[in-house]
Write a protein of this length. Structure first.
Length: 138
């Protein structure tokens, strides 16, 4: 599976702790991240991860483009709901595209935990079949 990992500054340590806890699962997948998040995951957890631009410089839009191209299976985005972001429209656009393309997206650790445990148990395997699943057509 192709997984995007993103965190706003106040949530980065939270994401690093989460990725460390589930490193055995994450290392089995192809990982993508916005710039600073990706650098810290690589340096502090040691995972291989493809880094895009930093969020405020277009990274969220690059992740969104991958969603639109059906080139991502899961987005884990630890959003900071208490701090205004200069690129808030990009954040909103990314979450909107996840809904347009029915990409599982977790915006906090509680949801991420459920999804990653589900990933381990094969609950996201429908992603491989989605073209044949009526639920995902409108
Ligand atoms: O701002 C972000 C997401 O909106 C994250 O960007 P960085 O990973 O570059 O800090």
């Amino acid at each position: 599976m192709k997984i995007a990992l993103i965190a706003h500054d106040q949530k980065k340590q939270n994401l690093l702790n989460f990725v460390t806890a589930y490193e055995p699962i994450f290392k089995q997948h192809e990982l993508f991240a916005t710039g600073t998040t990706g650098r810290r995951i690589h340096e502090e957890v040691g995972l291989d991860i493809k880094r895009l631009q930093s969020g405020p410089l277009g990274g969220d839009q690059q992740i969104g483009a991958k969603v639109a191209e059906d080139d991502l299976d899961l987005v884990i985005f630890f959003r900071d709901p208490l701090t205004a972001q200069p690129h808030e429209p990009d954040v909103t656009a990314l979450l909107r595209l996840c809904d347009v393309y029915k990409i599982p997206v977790a915006t906090n650790v509680a949801t991420a935990e459920i999804i990653v445990r589900g990933l381990e148990n094969g609950w996201l395997d429908w992603r491989k079949l989605k073209e044949s699943v009526g639920l995902y057509h409108e």
